[in-house]
Design a protein around this ligand. Structure first.
Ligand SMILES: *Cc1c(COP(=O)(O)O)cnc(C)c1O
Length: 352
């Protein structure tokens, strides 16, 4: 037997989650966000499962070219655009759309001797203060664009998942773009679910496609989403510890009573967060229990004191089916996105 860890990815869950996006935003084109190796799920298999998308959004030109080489004809958008003039010919020849967010990019477009045109997503910074032109210069930038094909106006929200909401940014975007008459793209997962007014021409869902909730207080299930990735492993050793004994590096956990502890073949080199505290939820033989002690590079500890049937070989679910990745993330003080994206390349991935 090989080391028992694996990430099992449900292609049906991905395509069903895409159907939920269609339910929420029936009038919008869907750009499925597949950046970061499709949030850790694997670019090409995910793109295949999501082939009903109207397009894909990602970061690297190489990945965009891989999609084209694999026969994907949908729109492809580079969310950070291009970084040097050398990329423009391949972008144009392969019909790839680019986000344009800086004057430097506009200058490169104007000076590149292109044989074809490039479709642009012109990005407006309405308050995120990450990428984009401020609303008051947007129309100047439109006038300076050369060598471009179709134009979409876009912005990105800072707080669609939180209390602040989208209204301030939405108003700024509306005011800047109302008279321009181009298609528009605003919404990530949180915005397209919660704020119908943001759906517009193109929505850009990411996390919801992978079956995790974008909202801290709402379960994915409630939103009709199914987790795509289940990270599983097995118990490879059992220790009986006495009251007062400690477990693992730094003796971070100390038993107050006799306990049975399962050693699981999953560590931070697999992508499990090292800062997971004692009691981070985990499923052992389908039963909810908690981690204990500090996560090692290759192993972690789970409490199996109350699970008599658990022993060497028992299956452990770290997150996914039966244990939302959001719950694990919350216990670790992070978000589902970080855990999913951090899945290590050494973890074998299977698709079903
Ligand atoms: C990552 C990203 C998205 C997707 O966000 P989710 O919260 O995962 O839905 C959408 N738009 C842009 C610009 C992004 O960078």
């Amino acid at each position: 037997m090989t080391r028992p860890i694996a990430a099992r990815i449900s292609l049906d869950a991905l395509s069903e989650n895409l159907s939920r996006v269609r339910d929420y935003a029936p009038g919008s084109g869907v750009l499925s966000v597949v950046k970061a190796n499709a949030y850790g799920h694997g670019l090409l298999p995910v793109a295949g499962a999501l082939s009903d998308s109207d397009g894909y959004a990602l970061l690297d030109l190489d990945d965009a070219l891989k999609l084209r080489a694999s026969g994907f004809r949908q729109k492809i958008v580079l969310l950070e655009g291009f970084f040097s003039i050398d990329e423009l010919q391949a972008i144009s020849e392969n019909g790839i759309d680019v986000v344009v967010h800086s004057v430097e990019q506009i200058d490169m477009l104007a000076s590149g001797r292109l044989t074809g045109k490039i479709n642009l997503f012109l990005k407006c910074n309405t308050g995120m203060n990450r990428l984009g032109f401020r609303p008051d210069v947007l129309s100047d930038m439109l006038c300076r664009l050369g060598n471009c094909g179709k134009i979409v106006l876009m912005t990105h929200f800072s707080s669609a998942d939180g209390e602040e909401g989208v209204s301030r940014q939405m108003n700024a975007f509306d005011a800047a773009t109302a008279s321009m008459g181009f298609p528009r793209s605003l919404a990530n997962s949180a915005a397209l679910i919660r704020y119908p007014e943001t759906r517009a021409d193109w929505v850009r869902p990411g996390i919801m496609l992978y079956g995790a909730s974008p909202f801290p207080e709402v379960k994915a299930e409630t939103l009709g989403l199914k987790p795509a990735m289940t990270l599983v492993s097995r118990i490879i050793a059992v220790q009986e510890v006495k009251a007062g004994e400690s477990v693992g590096y730094g003796a971070m956990f100390r038993a107050e009573r006799p306990m049975r502890i399962g050693i699981v073949a999953c560590g931070y080199a697999d992508g499990y967060p090292r800062h997971a505290p004692n009691g981070t939820p985990v499923l052992v033989a389908g039963r909810l229990t908690g981690t204990m002690g500090r996560v090692s590079m290759d192993m972690l500890y789970v409490d199996i004191t109350g699970i008599g049937s658990a022993g060497i070989g028992t299956e452990v679910v770290l997150w996914g089916a039966g244990l939302p990745v959001e719950d694990v993330a919350k216990a670790c003080g992070t978000i589902s996105y970080e855990l999913l994206c951090a899945l290590a390349s050494r973890v074998p991935v299977t698709y079903y």
